[in-house]
Design a protein around this ligand. Structure first.
Ligand SMILES: [Zn+2]
Length: 106
């Protein structure tokens, strides 16, 4: 169970205008220790589509999502860069003589 804080903002302020989307985003956060499970959507894993939609609106409103998401969920949304996979050897260059397989002009 997450702990919540209640915040009061003027409805006609920039934050007040997107507050319903912020409520939506927060409602679709997973519980602690279950970062794959949305609290509301039983058929989707997290991040669920309604969370994604709210996040999209909030980003467009200029809010930073990382300020709105609990820290324990950051690795789910923004996985840390892992070690790079080993480089595949480059394929040998194409042989130019194979590119010339055109029928001779009759
Ligand atoms: Zn959800």
């Amino acid at each position: 169970m997450r702990l919540w804080r209640t915040l009061v903002v003027a409805a006609d302020s920039p934050l007040g205008r997107v507050a319903p989307m912020l409520d939506e985003l927060t409602a679709h956060l997973p519980p602690p220790n279950q970062p794959w499970a949305c609290s509301l959507c039983s058929t989707e894993s997290w991040p669920c589509s309604r969370f994604d939609q709210a996040a999209h609106h909030l980003r467009r409103a200029g809010l930073r999502l990382s300020d709105l998401i609990p820290l324990d969920l950051h690795p789910r949304l923004w996985p840390p860069p892992g070690p790079r996979p080993p480089q595949q050897p480059a394929p040998p260059p194409a042989r130019p003589d194979l590119d010339e397989e055109r029928p001779p002009d009759g």
